[in-house]
Design a protein around this ligand. Structure first.
Ligand code: URA
Length: 188
């Protein structure tokens, strides 16, 4: 028996066979970081590196996320919580399918309830659309803060988009993180 509700949820997820992604995974990538964090990042789904290591955002996208977190927020991943919309790697890094997202959603919903962050930063379209309940695209949605239960939601690009899109996208991501920093009361 796991010793906290979040650890129990992780144990439940590790045995999940609700969708076809279970048949492709090396392991479930549940989440990482401070279980009581004020700041939570939500990405899309594990890639190859994450599937092998069992931790979100440990590949190239994760390196960029770590760098932006350090430079704009002055924190490492131990000071926030990081999770994904789907907990298992989609084959060949394809997009997660609507039924996979819906079947995995209860895990993310419960993770957010248990961590109780005051700011959620969504990374890319999948997390933003799921949590805001919109079909709009990240370009038109980012740049603002959205109410999210008792918390605030700050949508930003997926770091993979920043790796592809270069300087302008990275600069916009930085300004989104500064927005989150202000909401957290971490700005000096
Ligand atoms: N991309 C994601 O959305 N999540 C990860 O964990 C890694 C890459």
């Amino acid at each position: 028996m796991a010793d906290t509700p979040l650890a129990q949820l992780a144990a439940d997820a590790s045995a999940c066979t609700r969708c076809r992604l279970a048949g492709h995974r090396t392991q479930v990538v549940f989440g990482v970081g401070d279980p009581g964090a004020d700041l939570m990042f939500v990405g899309e789904g594990p890639g190859r590196e994450e599937d092998l290591r069992g931790e979100p955002f440990v590949g190239r996208s994760g390196q960029l996320l770590d760098r932006l977190m350090a430079e704009e927020l002055g924190i490492g991943r131990d000071r926030c919580y990081i999770a994904n919309v789907v907990k298992c790697r989609p084959p060949d890094n394809r997009d997660p399918l609507p039924d996979e997202i819906e079947l995995c959603r209860p895990f993310l919903t419960r993770q957010i309830e248990l961590v109780r962050p005051s700011v959620v930063v969504t990374l890319g379209n999948f997390a933003m659309r799921l949590l805001l309940g919109t079909t709009d695209g990240i370009r038109s949605v980012r740049g603002r803060v959205y109410p999210f239960g008792d918390a605030h939601l700050v949508p930003t690009y997926h770091p993979a988009a920043a790796l592809r899109g270069g300087g302008t996208v990275v600069a916009e991501m930085r300004s989104d993180l500064v927005r989150a920093k202000r909401l957290l009361g971490w700005a000096t």
